[in-house]
Write a protein that binds this ligand. Structure first.
Ligand SMILES: [Zn+2]
Ligand SMILES: [Zn+2]
Length: 266
């Protein structure tokens, strides 16, 4: 539903139940975008959070209170949120690495290196379908490689082109923070992670996510990754870019991604 430093949210629907991953838009925007996917907002049973940064969590407390659904996150993230958001909200703690059953979905978190209290990525497994979601990652880790392996849908950060970042308009402090091992993943590092993943031979759909507005473009990210992977890898894959400010992609298990940005009703 959105991807980048202005807000992140993804909706997962299995049967009649839905789950939000991150809620970095206002509660009102989250509800209206959910309706535009023809998903009833009251089907959302929980809000999974990767970390407490504003662009991932700003709507979580309000939506959880309004809809009486839990925010699902590790205790460190819940603590960080509750100190910022004075009103109570329903919450369920998921220790990092402990699987959680949510209807037909098995959710598993894994630690990621990022400048937040206890940030995580997620894998969601539904029968044979595995989805891996990992943004805001300063560097590649063995846990990330495990999460990506055999995933049918991969949502992976391609934040910046390192050259653009280093020669762009950010302050030196900001450049150092983004490029650090606990900052954000560059196009080149994203390409390396994906090249490693494709070695396992399982076909997949890849969504590049959390692109920087200043230090990247969808075309540049896509080109860098295609140059590294090759357009015709021995493992079949499709590559799309999740856009920053409006719903841009949808995917059904067994089908390819659809780019939604031409649909005028968004
Ligand atoms: Zn972020
Ligand atoms: Zn972050």
């Amino acid at each position: 539903m959105a991807s980048g430093s202005s807000g992140n949210a993804m909706l997962v629907r299995v049967g009649e139940k839905s789950l939000l991953i991150d809620a970095g838009l206002s509660a009102q925007t989250l509800v209206s975008r959910t309706k535009k996917f023809s998903v009833p907002p009251d089907s959302i049973g929980g809000i999974l959070l990767t970390h407490e940064h504003h662009d991932h969590s700003v709507g979580a407390g309000v939506l959880a209170r309004r809809m009486r659904i839990p925010v699902l996150a590790n205790s460190e993230t819940l603590q960080a949120l509750s100190t910022r958001d004075e009103l109570d909200f329903p919450a369920q703690e998921i220790p990092t690495g402990t699987p959680l059953s949510f209807g037909a979905i098995t959710v598993q978190s894994f630690p990621i290196p990022h400048n937040a209290v206890a940030p995580v990525g997620f894998t969601l497994t539904i029968g044979e379908c595995k989805i891996a979601y990992a943004t805001d990652i300063g560097s590649r880790t063995p846990e990330l490689a495990t999460a990506l392996s055999n995933a049918s849908l991969i949502i992976l950060e391609a934040n910046h082109d390192l050259h653009w970042l280093l020669h762009g308009s950010y302050s030196d402090e900001m450049k150092a923070r983004v490029a650090s091992p606990i900052g954000h993943l560059s196009n080149a590092d994203c390409a390396e992670a994906l090249a490693h993943r494709l070695e396992d031979g399982t076909p997949c759909t890849i969504w590049l996510a959390h692109l920087s507005r200043m230090n990247n473009t969808p075309a540049l990210a896509k080109r860098t990754i295609l140059d590294r992977l090759g357009k015709h890898h021995k493992t079949p894959y499709t590559l799309e870019v999740a856009l920053r400010d409006h719903p841009s992609l949808s995917w059904k298990y067994g089908q390819q991604a659809h780019q939604l940005d031409l649909l005028s009703h968004f």
